[in-house]
Design a protein around this ligand. Structure first.
Ligand code: EPU
Length: 341
């Protein structure tokens, strides 16, 4: 039996009873139908970059999605309409769009994982989320046993969430449609750290090429680019979501805690700041699991950690933040076969 540690960026996770590689849509649907008809549980795995799989592994069928294709229709007025296979590595896709002069995805450069996983947690970075660029998501619906396509408005996108996360496991994503502008000017740069790196004022635009390069540099500096030689990147990215609080709850936090007002009046606060200020510092180790030396939100495997070690470190962080600030951090990473409770 193959250990799932070989398929995840955290490099932890026990054996899978069965692993199927699905490299095109027909293979994905056939594998899902066969497992469903046999009553076997299914785990869909793309890049394995946002999961923590337990040491017990997965007692069912792991379907590894590697269907990668890029189809583009370009029109002088409407820009580029693209359809991308679920297994396409995300950053290779972003690199293609930038090289062809399609603007939009530049601040989402360097995010690990696949195109099919992107809508599930509505990936985002440096002020933009993938939901701004998705036109539709085509899926196989396991409940109704048929192909179902969702327009953007039907995807229930919100901060690091979507209908595909709300009903995790029901929909298997087949391909994703994007609409991008033609041009070499970025979206407005609305994240202070990126504006500074680019030497522009907040709200100004930059070239998509420079924005991609600056974004990749910032991510690398935080250990948030996959790099086998950098143990700080043996992680699943940000382990916790940034909590979204009511104004009353946010008012309880120290004044210097960073906060961002949301459109609905709620307030997003920084999970990283809460961890640091609760006393969880970069480089803090526990049985082979370590808080990244570059960014506290990334929990990493120093080499010999088990899934239980990573989970124990996550519990320590969550409990400490709850004790000091009364805020309960929620995992952003998908937990397979284990919980933090
Ligand atoms: N901070 C610390 N300690 C740290 C790092 C950050 O105290 O080690 C504080 C600082 O005050 C900083 C604030 O946290 O100003 C925010 O940090 P950062 O700009 O790195 O962003 P983040 O909120 O930690 C989010 C996303 C990232 C995304 C970045 C950049 C979440 C959970 N994380 O991180 O996305 O790349 O913004 O836009 O929303 C991910 O979701 O997996 C992810 C990596």
């Amino acid at each position: 039996m193959t250990d799932l540690s070989a398929f995840t960026s955290l490099r932890v996770g026990g054996p899978a009873k069965e692993i199927v590689n699905a490299s095109n849509e027909a293979e994905i649907i056939a594998a899902v139908k066969a497992a469903d008809e046999a009553g076997k549980p299914i785990l869909i795995l793309g890049g394995g970059t946002n999961v923590l799989v337990s040491d017990a592994g997965f007692d069912g069928v792991v379907i590894h999605i590697s269907s990668a294709h890029v189809e583009a229709e370009v029109d002088a007025c409407s820009g580029a309409t693209l359809t991308i296979g679920a297994g396409q590595p995300w950053d290779e896709f972003v690199a293609i769009t930038i090289a062809r002069g399609y603007a939009g995805l530049e601040t989402l450069s360097g995010i690990p994982g696949t195109v099919g996983a992107a809508p599930i947690q509505n990936i985002g970075a440096y002020g933009h989320e993938v939901s701004e660029f998705i036109t539709r998501v085509r899926t196989y619906d396991r409940a109704e046993r048929r192909i179902k396509t969702f327009a953007n408005e039907e995807c229930e996108f919100s901060y690091r969430s979507s209908r595909f996360k709300n009903e995790l496991g029901r929909y298997v994503i087949l391909d994703v449609g994007f609409q991008l502008r033609r041009g070499e000017v970025s979206r407005p740069i609305i994240y202070a750290e990126l504006a500074e790196a680019l030497g522009v004022n907040l709200g100004e635009k930059a070239s998509i090429f420079a924005t991609r390069e600056a974004t990749l540099r910032l991510r690398a500096g935080k250990g948030m680019l996959l790099d086998g030689g950098d143990h700080d990147s043996w992680s699943a990215g940000s382990f916790f979501k940034n909590p979204i609080l009511t104004p009353e709850q946010a008012a309880e936090l120290p004044q210097n805690a960073p906060r961002w007002l949301q459109e609905d009046g709620l307030i997003k606060v920084s999970a990283a700041w809460l961890m640091e200020n609760a006393g969880l510092h970069k480089g803090h180790e526990r049985d082979g699991a370590r808080i990244s030396t570059k960014h506290v939100l990334a929990l990493t495997n120093m080499g010999g950690a088990s899934a239980a070690d990573i989970a124990a470190l996550a519990k320590e962080a969550r409990d400490k933040v709850l004790e000091v600030f009364g805020v309960k951090l929620v995992a952003e990473v998908n937990l397979i076969g284990l919980t933090l409770d």
